[in-house]
Design a protein around this ligand. Structure first.
Ligand code: NAD
Ligand code: SER
Length: 315
């Protein structure tokens, strides 16, 4: 199949592009920034805020599936809400319009726990009132609704997941859940990390191999099995100090301390502590494979190898 990704140079794209290439697809990976060549994928520069450029690339590539990843994440978005609105809201609109105009068969959307606000049940189901506290969450909730609108009004096959915070062996892009990865990276390269989240912070998290597999499985699911447009998916919900304990098991002697950052802590405190993903499990067979400790066992050697090879994982 012909696959086009936006925001392919980010944390998810780093692993999703190679997974799609490995499945044998023709992959056009786009991002705002020029990217280093990845074997098997064609890289093109694309700013999703430019409607004409978005339309032209969809017209040229004629993708069977679009994975729309380009976004400004929660913490960066609160520092620059105008940019977050432009990229997340207007950019998503441009993609949906171009997909409608050029009859793209399938559109995969990457939403987030950030669509939720405070005071919701734990675990939090799919259908509850959405009162996000960040511009990122507002634009993600709006993107979900746009997907539903384009599906109903124009028959565009939109599908999406609400991701927990994702952890992988590459630099995250300015999210509020980044403390979790930094515990591993700084724990290994410096012997310690000062967490910007309190020790008792508990939010839903997921290891990237599960996140990438979720996107591939949702994209491949038969349409008639899907009763919804957007699905919660969940893996594990550790407290920050439970992550620290898991890191310490694999990296003996590591010291994790806590100095909460008011902006990112307030965002984390506004999110549910766990997600109810029973609809994804029932409709398309979603199951996470990695627990916190299984992730730690897989991730620590990968980060060690990257750091030994000179990778820049400084934040
Ligand atoms: P990231 O920040 O690592 O990558 C986003 C990419 O978008 C970057 O490479 C950036 O250059 C690109 N981008 C920014 N502005 C752009 C523009 N104007 N035009 C084109 N590209 C632009 O993010 P990620 O972690 O890879 O997330 C991918 C998607 O998954 C996002 O939509 C995000 O909201 C969603 N998501 C991520 C997480 C997570 O924990 N990583 C959790 C929930 C949802
Ligand atoms: N990890 C993301 C963030 O913190 C969640 O969407 O912004």
């Amino acid at each position: 199949m012909n696959i086009l990704l936006t925001g392919a140079g980010g944390q998810i794209g780093a692993d999703l592009v190679s997974a799609l290439v490995a499945e044998g697809h023709r992959v056009v990976a786009t991002d705002l920034r020029p990217q280093p060549e990845r074997p098997g994928a064609t890289w093109k520069q694309l700013d999703v805020t430019h409607a004409g450029d978005v339309d032209a690339i969809i017209h040229d590539v004629r993708p069977d599936v679009v994975y729309h990843l380009a976004a400004i994440l929660s913490a960066s978005g609160e520092r620059n809400p105008t940019l977050a609105y432009e990229v997340n809201q207007t950019g998503t609109w441009h993609l949906l319009e171009a997909c409608r105009r050029h009859a793209v068969p399938r559109f995969i959307y990457t939403s987030s726990i950030a669509v939720y606000g405070p005071g919701l049940p734990d675990p939090c189901p799919d259908d509850v009132p959405l009162h996000p506290t960040t511009m990122y969450g507002v634009t993600k909730a709006s993107g979900e609704m746009l997907c539903e609108y384009y599906a109903k009004k124009h028959g565009l096959d939109c599908r999406g997941v609400r991701f927990p915070g994702l952890i992988s062996a590459s630099l995250p892009g300015g999210g509020s859940t980044d403390y979790a990865l930094f515990m591993y990276v700084d724990g290994i390269r410096r012997g310690g990390y000062e967490s910007f989240a309190r020790a008792d912070t508990r939010v839903p998290l997921m290891y990237m191999p599960d996140g990438v597999r979720a996107l591939l499985e949702l994209a491949a699911a038969p349409r008639e099995r899907l009763a919804r447009t957007i699905y919660n998916i969940a893996a594990f919900s550790p407290r920050a100090d439970e992550i620290a304990a898991s890191v310490a098991r694999a990296v003996p002697g590591v010291t994790i301390t806590y100095a909460p950052d008011p902006l990112r802590q307030s965002i984390l405190d506004s999110w549910p502590r766990a997600l109810d993903d029973r609809n994804a499990r029932a409709d398309w067979g979603w199951r996470p494979r990695y627990t916190l400790d299984a992730m730690t066992d897989d991730l620590v050697p990968k980060i060690r190898a990257l750091l030994a090879g000179g990778a820049n994982l400084a934040h």
